[in-house]
Design a protein around this ligand. Structure first.
Ligand code: TXA
Ligand code: MG
Length: 351
């Protein structure tokens, strides 16, 4: 199968391309599309056979459920059996936006996509292309991130193509994704809202709207089975093993210089994913192509938006070990640290 990338830009052509995407989805095919978090790999979410193609294209384990994307509030009611008050509040405060709500599902949602659970993840993306595509399809669109299972999620159309070339007919190119990490998943089926995956809607933002919110212990590395099935798999991993340095930002430049020298002394080609401050301190010691500057220390929005593409880019270098810079888990830092911990298999060194 030939995979076509279609840039969504000028308005006349755009309407045609979105209509074409809608037709592909209605006829049981797959379309990759941009959202404000990461690119999704979409199929008709009410068509079990269409969704089976997603699992096949990604090499995704069949017990890992898909989330359904909707274009408006009315579509939520077609798939959710009930919308409890806490979910109504989250819908009002954050939707459309980078959040997924776990709700009790209606029978219309195929068993095949929920991994046998009686719940369904529902997300209303804010991205104009995603919303227009769902509207064109006229059905909820099942979409995981558009990567091969286990690899970093794509935040550009080029990265989608890298993993999905020959597997899907169409990629809608809406440019780079704004946030760069996947949506916050909030389980709304219990007495207290629980974050199953941290994202751009932060724990602090949720607490302000709901009063209280819990964190699934699996997020912070506890050895328990996570409630979001997908969170248990090895994830976001670059080819080379990665270790995180964690500690005070001011200590990072010196700590990195020490650690890089040590590893280079052992004969390693060291790649570094770190702040601008650290990268500047390593110029000359680490070749430029092995230095991935993820933004200034504390500039969490920039860091989040660059992390996956930086991890993907290391796979084109000869780096055989990677060092990453950790940060505080306040605000968006929790989502970034969750991804860095998984990419590094929870290997970290305190500094
Ligand atoms: O930002 C996002 O959420 C992106 C874009 C494309 O919308 N999508 C995304 O989907 O990240 P995916 O499939 O890569 O991650 C969804 C996660 C998985 O870890 C899955 O196990 C979990 O949501 N999940 C899905 N349905 C669930 C359910 N009913 N209960 C608990 N976790 C669920
Ligand atoms: Mg994913």
């Amino acid at each position: 199968m030939e995979t076509e990338i279609v840039p969504i830009s000028d308005s006349k052509k755009q309407a045609e391309d979105l209509a074409r995407a809608g037709k592909i989805l209605q006829s049981g095919g797959l379309v990759a599309f941009p959202t404000e978090t990461v690119y999704g790999l979409g199929a008709n979410g009410l068509d079990a056979e269409a969704c089976a193609k997603i699992y096949e294209a990604k090499g995704r384990p069949s017990d890992n459920p898909l989330i359904l994307h909707v274009c408006d509030r009315a579509m939520v009611d077609t798939i959710a059996a009930e919308v409890p008050p806490m979910a109504e509040r989250l819908l009002a405060a954050f939707c459309p936006g980078p959040i997924t709500l776990i709700l009790k599902r209606k029978d219309i949602v195929p068993d095949r996509i929920t991994g046998g659970l009686d719940t369904v993840g529902i997300r209303m993306p804010e991205h104009m292309v995603a919303r227009a595509m769902i509207r064109a399809a006229g059905v909820p669109v099942a979409a995981p991130s558009a990567n091969i299972s286990g690899r970093p999620s794509p935040t550009t159309a080029a990265s989608v193509l890298r993993d999905m070339r020959g597997r899907i007919p169409l990629i809608l190119d809406g440019g780079p994704c704004h946030f760069g990490v996947e949506s916050t998943i909030v389980d709304c089926t219990g007495p207290v809202a629980t974050i199953l995956r941290p994202g751009a809607i932060t724990r602090e933002m949720l607490a302000e709207v709901l009063g209280g919110v819990k964190l699934d212990p699996a997020i912070v590395g506890a050895k328990v089975v996570p409630k979001a099935p997908g969170m248990k798999y090895k994830h976001y991993a670059p080819n080379a093993p990665m270790t995180l340095l964690e500690g005070a930002p001011s200590k990072m430049p010196a700590a990195f210089r020490r650690q890089v020298r040590l590893l280079q002394g052992e004969g390693h080609r060291v790649g570094v994913l770190a702040s601008h401050e650290v990268c500047e301190a390593l110029r000359g010691l680490v070749p430029d192509e092995l230095l991935a500057d993820y933004g200034a220390q504390g500039d969490l929005l920039t860091i989040a938006s660059r992390i996956y593409e930086s991890l993907i880019a290391f796979n084109d270098t000869d780096a055989d070990v990677l060092l990453g810079e950790g940060m505080s888990d306040a605000g968006l830092g929790l989502a970034i640290m969750n991804r860095l911990h998984k990419a590094s298999g929870f290997h970290s060194i305190p500094v």
